[in-house]
Design a protein around this ligand. Sequence first.
Ligand code: GLY
Length: 555
Amino acid sequence: MRGCARYLVCCLLLLSTLWPAQPVRARHAMVVSREGHATDAGVAILRAGGNAVDAAVAVGFALAVTHPQAGNIGGGGFMLIRFSDGRTTFLDFRERAPLAAAADMYLDATGKPTESSQFGYRASGVPGSVSGFELAHRRYGSLKWPRLLAPAIRLAREGFPVSYDLARSLRSSTALARDAESRRVFQRDGRFYEAGEVMRQPELAAALARIASVGSRDFYTGETARLLVKAQREHGGLITRDDLAGYQAVERTPLVGTYKSYRLITAPPPSSGGVGLLEMLGVLDGSGYEREGAGSAASIHFVAETMRRFYADRARYLGDPDFTHVPVAGLISERYTAGLRRLIDPERATPSDQVAAGRPEGNESDQTTHYSIVDANGNAVAVTYTLNGSYGSGVTVPGAGFLLNNEMDDFTVAPGVPNMFGLVQGEVNRIAPRKRPLSSMTPTIVLREGKFYSVLGSPGGSRIITTVLQVFLDMADFSMGLQDAVNWPRFHHQWKPDVLRMETGFSPDTIKLLRARGHEVETVGSIGEVSAIAREGEWLAGAADPRTAGKASGY
Ligand code: GLY
């Protein structure tokens, strides 16, 4: 049986070696995003002489129009930048809890969680995207600000043909269907837009035009702020003028770690993504897990056991660093990760109930979207931003045409109670005024022998970290080209629930072998949606994920 599974995996690997899936290739610059018009907007900015940060801002605003599932001005996210001279930085524009937020705000009188952390006006944190894009442009952009919003304004004002993918997603959204203003904006003649129909968003175009003309001031203290606060007041939301006026994106130092000959630059807290990536790589480094080959039951087992242990630590230790001490150095240290490695039985799954968080030193969506950009000077930008769930809270701000996030659900609504991603979280991530909910977003840039090698990231809630981990491992340990690594089937374990989720594409024999090792295996549709770029000699390779309708384009 084991031999048979190994044979199948070898055949798959052999095929991928003989006929590697082809990425898009370009000599100078590349943009990969989840939606074609947004990718084109980024490429146009680069061709006009803009740098990767300019293009990232333009793509971010364009996605707010053409990819309303996750593209946004009503949400938040992270931007990781590596300049061609080696400097790096990380912009944190994560949402923050409103001043009136409280730890038990989503519990009913009997102490049970309500759905209001996921749907409606009370689900939203104070949005950060507009502040983040403005900060990025002010510090690192080169073109004029209005130029960066022009493609988004045009797409909103003149409209764009709805894709098959967007039409299907609009139809299936319960969040949108519950809100009268969202139905007015995203429906025509009483039904959601269908593929091929042109969707215009005049109120959103007007809001974007105001932001183009006066900057983030409009969003946080001007007309857009007025519309947002009015809607919040009328519908029982918590966000006030003071919340908006007090919001400011911040710059942080990225996390950096090594794996074999690679150096990874990634997201610090309030994301758990970078810590997770580096902690798991620390456990895998030197374990020899890769010997049995990609897709083998033995390698999947070892990686899944590694994932299980990180997510136990995530629940115990990770939260907003402005509110809690996060033992980052301890969690990613060689000594700590070597200790975790020793706890893994290579033959048997450890039930999650027997796995508790470790003791590191120093301690005392679905849906999100990611895009990657490299410009002609070699600057690389990775942006992951989000409304949290698909279409966020489902609420569109009347008169301003944009959707609000439901990021408050990323907090621990009640310890031990799973959130929308089934994540069980801990005390350190409880709600408090002005606190940022813990994220899993993992924008990452990889160097090899000191030179730019790849930029990647993904949506997917708790699955983001394990998606980025696997695409990197497929390239680093299994010699896959970029597109093969992005295409390759993925799996995910998050400690609780104690389930190994596997995409279709693994052989039934492999699944049988994993069950024999004690894993509860569940087959799922898809895990993550990667947008990645890699350097291939003189060329840039861009890979959109075949699980989505993304687009890579360059010149
Ligand atoms: N809202 C998904 C995340 O930040 O992890």
